[in-house]
Design a protein. Structure first.
Lengths: 171, 171
């Protein structure tokens, strides 16, 4: 089974010139989902993991599955104003302007080992901001993993010190 | 273990007078997560389930876990403009104004058995709109389940024909 065959290419979405990678066909297939989880697990460093962070909102799909498999807690990192308790916030740059991500301050205890997950690694801006959030909580990032990596956007360079792993790559 | 003890009450969030139920402490505890999945499974009707629909975005947390447990496909129902392929759309009423949810048209095959999941059942507007989406795709809803039910808002009445199940109730 080739996971890449479950990714649907959507030209000019959300804007002209962007070749969007639609992961929903993969989510529809329980065997493909289960293979992806297995491959993620295989590529993890051999260490105990306390928390899995998923980035809103497509990062939630696999982050909860990985948390369950690791017997770890799950933490959603969200857009501003969505998390109801005290948060840390970090900005990141977009092509035009910037955006913000938040984490609950009490989600991670100092020294806990944290896995970061998102569906797609593009320019790495959101992943990098999320790494800063995790570190502000005192967490130690053991890996950043992604279902899809758009290698030509070189996002991995921004977070390479944490270890980057991806299952489906486009170069 | 009492699941309700993992829900954090946030007064006046997101607006004055609303007592927000924060489920993130439950997500942080792998034992509580695992108990919730077990209880969801126990309350399902005894029938084969082909697809699990989760409503954006907190509905995604448990919908993927339930899909995995059921060996079913997972379908995200999302806010407008997020799903890249052909969609059905349904509006639902909010306290002031209305909003829209979308589903990929090809996510469900005619006659497939579908479980709907969301984190909180409040007035039932989003759940009802999602039921319409599932039926427009030709799906047969076997149950609507929720981590939290705010019984005083009577949302269950809107979707009672499908069977409603919830783990934590506030009356």
């Amino acid at each position: 089974m080739e996971l890449k065959s479950y990714i649907r290419n959507i030209p000019d979405f959300p804007t002209k010139g962007v070749n969007y990678k639609d992961i929903t066909p993969l989510l529809l297939d329980p065997d493909a989902m289960s293979l992806a989880v297995k491959l993620f697990m295989k590529q993890l460093p051999h260490t105990n993991i306390d928390k899995v962070v998923g980035i809103e909102s497509r990062g939630f799909f696999f982050a909860t599955l990985l948390a369950e498999r690791l017997n770890a807690g799950f933490i959603p990192v969200r857009k501003p104003g969505k998390l109801p308790h005290s948060t840390h916030a970090e900005d990141y740059d977009l092509e035009y302007g910037s955006d913000t991500l938040e984490i609950h301050e009490d989600a991670i205890k100092r020294g806990e080992k944290v896995l970061l997950h998102d569906d797609v690694l593009a320019t790495g801006g959101t992943a990098e901001a999320t790494c800063r959030l995790i570190e502000r909580c005192g967490g130690e990032i053991v890996q950043c993993n992604f279902l899809v990596e758009l290698e030509f956007l070189k996002g991995a360079e921004k977070i390479k010190q944490y270890g980057v792993s991806s299952l489906i790559r486009y170069s």
